[in-house]
Ligand binder design. Structure first.
Ligand code: HEM
Length: 343
């Protein structure tokens, strides 16, 4: 497979764009005409060829630019990457998981050569050729989690599992939908989910935790989550809310088609071997309304989902004020025809 990497930005002049290929494989998250939270978990063992589910860690045309954006965020705010001292072993587990997966799934882009603990990692898109000693931090420029997640799209929460609970004890979080690693570090599953409306009363988090505690090595799982973002911003963090929050007020009927983006997170869950930690990669995919509308069934359905979403969810997801304008735009693409179940 050959990927043509885009040269693009997720800030300032926003040159981010999706190719036709990227639009076609966009993980449109709605299986029906309405949406409510659920324990929407399934196995993550491949998917249709070319889809974002095919590989363990999807690499696409945005890879190189996303990694540049991450480096900018970390430069301005090093606390976006944190690992409590007992999580270093999980960092090595994660480094191994990503290096092995990427070199097997994309052999033309990544190579891993192992001779005992002497490893050589080649990352062609980022121009890296690095030899190091596995489990020896002094042979890497950063800690193992930071080293590898500077080379992997999406955010990563690394959860320690103890006392039948998950604890957010490490992470690399630069592309998040308005939550903060620095705030959540050390919290448990129920604590960091506290701000989410309705889901606690529905028993979703209790059931989800039970599922996660039992995830086994070699049997990863996945789910989708979604929200809305004005401008193709990766970094919509609370830390930078003063920069991006205001941009929501710049939406107009004239610019909504290219400014408003559906933001979908492909969330996966992998058990790590030595540490027994759970890693939670959160991969963000952005698609503008105008690109989404090129697929007629998505246009119809998005209109209905946005229209009927409970106020609490539209408020939590941060688009309650812009919802009427979105509906004016989206309604043009809803011809009233029935949609069939599935994406
Ligand atoms: C939201 C983390 C697993 C359901 C969130 C938030 C965080 C988070 C940080 C934002 C909360 C805020 O507003 O500050 C995690 C981590 C997980 C995990 C680290 C892995 C261990 C799950 C699972 C489910 C789930 C398995 C359900 C099956 C939700 C829902 C929201 C949420 C429904 C609200 C999202 C929205 O409306 O946009 N999660 N989560 N999470 N999480 Fe999780």
């Amino acid at each position: 497979m050959t990927i043509q990497f885009n040269d693009e930005s997720f800030r300032d002049d926003y040159t981010f764009h999706n190719s036709e290929w990227a639009i076609k494989r966009f993980p449109f998250p709605f299986h029906e005409d309405s949406y409510m939270y659920s324990v929407n978990m399934e196995q993550h063992r491949g998917g249709p060829e070319g889809s974002v589910y095919e590989m363990r860690f999807d690499v696409d045309e945005h890879y190189v630019s996303e990694m540049k954006d991450r480096a900018i965020v970390l430069d301005q705010d090093p606390l976006r990457c944190q690992s409590l001292p007992h999580m270093t072993l999980a960092g090595w587990d994660l480094l191994e998981l990503i290096m092995v997966s990427k070199s097997e799934d994309y052999p033309d882009l990544f190579e891993l050569h192992r001779n005992g603990n002497q490893w050589r990692w080649i990352n062609k898109p980022l121009g890296i050729d690095h030899s190091f000693t596995f489990m020896d931090e002094t042979t890497l420029p950063y800690g193992p989690m930071e080293y590898i997640t500077r080379q992997a799209q999406g955010d990563f929460a690394v959860l320690d599992q103890r006392d039948e609970m998950l604890w957010m004890d490490a992470g690399m979080v630069t592309t998040q939908a308005d939550w903060s690693l620095d705030f959540d570090i050390g919290m448990n599953f129920f604590e960091w989910h506290a701000p989410v409306p309705k889901a606690h009363e529905m028993g979703i988090f209790k059931r989800a935790l039970k599922f996660l505690l039992n995830i086994q090595q070699g049997a990863p799982a996945r789910r989708l989550n979604w929200t809305m973002t004005v401008n193709p911003l990766l970094d919509t963090s609370p830390e930078n809310y003063h920069k991006w929050g205001i941009q929501k007020t710049t939406l107009t009927p004239e610019n909504i088609a290219h400014k408003q983006h559906l933001r979908v997170e492909l969330q996966t869950f992998f058990r790590l071997p030595r540490s027994n930690a759970l890693v939670f990669p959160i991969r963000c995919y952005l698609c503008s309304f105008q690109d989404l509308m090129t697929v007629p069934k998505w246009g119809r359905r998005l209109h209905r989902v946005v229209r009927d979403l409970p106020v609490e969810l539209a408020t939590y997801k941060g688009f309650i004020d812009n919802r009427p304008m979105m509906l004016d735009y989206l309604s043009q693409f809803d011809d009233g025809l029935p949609t069939s179940p599935g994406v």
